[in-house]
Design a protein around this ligand. Structure first.
Ligand code: CMP
Length: 360
């Protein structure tokens, strides 16, 4: 970290009294570790520059929650180009795959990814054809396991993710553990392959092995629009959108896992960004109905969302049942077993779970 810089972050705080999301600019001065805050809407100083030992430079990254004088602030964006440039350039990217044998574990794996401090840049579920799998694993052509591997990889849906963090490539390989599931169980029992893998070839997850392969593999999955079929089935299903605040806060995996634990099948997942115009169209039914419509549009276009296709008998009604009342405070009292109640453990989580939506 350079000796004397001012880093700026856009942070949000849910004002529980007003039920409003308030935005501030949080500044961190690297020379002495002091912090300062500006109230964006009212264009005034909110917190004068002061020492705040509870915050260090390592705590400041997108999606992090920091507490300043009992306010839980979520870092939703960089506050200026300088900060963005300084912090993004040292981040590494890697491709992660959730293979067919672990597709149903996407919630648990996503949760582990967020808990390990990764940011998910892109994510989509898809089908590989046999030819796609052969191309992706071309470097293994001729090896004894090549046929079994490509047959397996095209045998069911998979999830591709772009993971971003310092040292993402090695960090993800450490989290997934040794290639062989049995070896993983012996040597790294808490690794993802140990927990969710099946055998030598069917090993739950993949990770790029170098910056060059990460580049090639990310391009393969994310820069060929329309090449891979989606996994959505479009029957017996409902749509669940995990909104930007939840995604940024890193609890999307826990929510997907809760949905699965409730007996639903999560058959498709895709991360995407809505423009303001698209968000306004998507939420149009609430226009003039809910007073917070504008706020909802703003939030919906405020960062990446995750769209899920969730399947079950009578999926729309069943999903609404397990999600519970819109307000998690009410959910805790009235329907303690619901997803909103379970994820409403504290103020921060409360506010995220209120932004989980389900609709047709
Ligand atoms: P992955 O990390 O996706 O990279 C190549 C894949 O080939 C590997 O995970 C396994 O799924 C498979 N693989 C690698 N080595 C072997 C092996 N010796 N026997 C069977 N499958 C293997």
């Amino acid at each position: 970290m350079p000796a004397d810089n001012r880093y700026a972050f856009l942070v949000e705080w849910l004002d529980p009294q007003a039920q409003l999301v308030r935005q501030y600019l949080l500044f961190f001065y690297s020379i002495d570790g002091t912090v300062e805050m500006d109230d964006i809407k009212n264009r005034r100083k909110f917190l004068r520059r002061c020492e705040y030992p509870g915050i260090s430079f390592q705590d400041l990254y997108l999606g992090a929650t920091v507490s300043v004088y009992s306010r839980e602030l979520v870092i939703v964006d960089y506050g200026d180009e300088f900060t963005k440039g300084q912090l993004e350039q040292k981040k590494e990217k890697t491709l992660a795959l959730i293979k067919p044998d672990a597709f149903l574990k996407v919630g648990k794996i996503l949760n582990a990814i967020y808990k390990d401090g990764f940011r998910v840049g892109r994510m989509r579920s898809l089908h590989l054809s046999r030819g796609d799998a052969q191309e992706f694993y071309a470097e293994h052509r001729g090896k004894p396991f090549y046929d079994e591997l490509t047959e397996f990889m095209s045998s069911g849906p998979i999830v591709a993710l772009e993971l971003i963090s310092d040292g993402a490539i090695q960090k993800w390989r450490k989290l997934i553990g040794p290639t062989n599931t049995f070896k993983a169980r012996d040597e790294a029992p808490s690794s993802l392959r140990a927990q969710f893998g099946t055998d030598g070839t069917r090993n739950a997850c993949h990770g790029s092995d170098s910056p060059a392969s990460a580049d090639r593999e990310l391009n393969f999955f994310f820069n060929q629009p329309g090449r891979f079929p989606v996994t959505a089935r479009f029957n017996n299903c409902t749509l669940c959108v995990i909104k930007p605040h939840v995604v940024k806060a890193g609890v999307a995996g826990a929510i997907v896992d809760s949905i699965v634990e409730e007996g639903f099948e999560v058959s498709a997942a895709e991360m995407f960004n809505l423009t303001r115009v698209n968000a306004a169209e998507f939420l149009e039914v609430y226009k003039g109905v809910l007073p917070e419509y504008n706020l909802m549009v703003e939030e919906m276009s405020n960062g990446p969302c995750i769209a899920l296709e969730v399947r079950s008998e009578h999926a729309v009604q069943a999903m609404r049942e397990v999600m519970g009342p819109h307000d998690p405070e009410l959910a805790r009292v009235l329907r303690p077993q619901t997803i909103r109640s379970k994820h409403g453990l504290d103020k921060v989580i409360d506010r995220k779970s209120t932004r989980l939506n389900s609709s047709h």
